[in-house]
Design a binder for this molecule. Structure first.
Ligand code: GLV
Ligand code: MG
Length: 301
């Protein structure tokens, strides 16, 4: 949500999303940056954000705004803030810089040191090539975020529609390598990994198409830019009822066979399950539980 628009900052509080980020970066005009900081502090302090992770995206480190963004937001509303998104991260030293500044502000203000997390947004080739080092650069780091619009621009990809394949490329998925690269870097350091925006806000099918791609690979979520995208995102990133039931069934059956019957590789219907099946089932079951799904099938030996 653009920090320069108080009406949107109100609206964001009512949406069924897991996280809200209040933006000081690219959705805010240069002339409105200072005003936006004040709006964001007020919205964090006075708004009702219950049930949502509260995040602010500051400007990137090539600009003159970053340090004041961090100081004003964290001094003004640090108790009401969960994470800071640092955009266009190219190098681990940028994250270390933010970590150090946060520590100094936390000490000055008497906040718990280390509570505020960092999300690093990767938006160009240098950031992607350095993704492993960036992902391991700070204990505060919680998430890597893909920034497809800036990324496509930075590598000269010939497209104007973010999230769609570049016209003329019919061989595969132009995003596959980038998404996988980010996924590996994030998982190597036990971080979350989040897909970026889809800008055609009226094209819900297009949004779902892009979202399904990262959801299938294992991404933890995707940005939404408009209320119209929220239901689609929640749907795509939640497992189907069928998959959720299947996962819970595997967990229950595996528990029974390994403890009661003391067997490690067993048949569940037509499927052989073992310890690796349990791990795969845990992933799907955890996503289903987080999405509030309820079981409709139970296991009988
Ligand atoms: C988001 O910041 C993007 O560049 O896609
Ligand atoms: Mg960007």
């Amino acid at each position: 949500m653009p920090g320069s628009n108080p009406r949107f900052l109100e609206k964001a509080q009512t949406l069924p999303v897991d996280e809200v980020f209040l933006d000081l970066e690219d959705s805010v005009a240069p002339s409105a940056k200072e005003e936006a900081r004040k709006n964001v502090v007020a919205a964090l302090r006075e708004g009702d954000w219950s049930g949502k992770t509260r995040v602010v995206r500051v400007n990137d480190l090539t600009t003159q705004w970053t340090y004041r963004d961090v100081i004003e937001i964290v001094e003004g509303a640090g108790e009401f803030l969960d994470c800071v998104i640092l955009p266009k991260v190219q190098d681990p030293t940028e994250v270390v810089w933010l970590d150090t500044l946060l520590t100094q502000i936390e000490k000055t203000m008497g906040y718990d040191v280390g509570r505020i997390g960092i999300e690093a947004q990767i938006e160009n080739a240098r950031g992607l090539v350095n993704a492993d080092a960036i992902a391991g650069s700070s204990k505060r780091l919680e998430t890597l975020v893909f920034g497809p619009a800036d990324f496509m621009a930075s590598i000269n990809m010939r497209t104007l529609v973010v999230g769609e394949q570049p016209p003329g490329y019919v061989e595969g998925d132009a995003y596959h390598y980038i998404l996988m690269r980010l996924l590996m870097a994030a998982r190597m350091h036990d971080l979350q990994v989040i897909d970026g925006p889809y800008l055609q806000i009226r094209d819900i099918e297009g949004f779902k198409r892009a979202a399904r791609r990262s959801a299938a690979l294992g991404f933890d979520g995707k940005w939404v830019l408009h209320p119209s995208q929220v239901d689609a995102a929640n749907e795509v990133f939640s497992p189907s009822q069928e998959d959720y039931d299947h996962a819970e069934l595997i967990l229950e059956a595996y528990e029974y066979y390994t403890t009661v019957e003391k067997r490690g590789a067993v048949m569940l219907g037509d499927e052989m399950i073992d310890e690796a099946s349990r791990k795969m089932a845990l992933v799907v079951a955890a996503k289903g539980r987080a999405a509030g799904l309820a079981r409709t099938k139970s296991f009988t030996p």
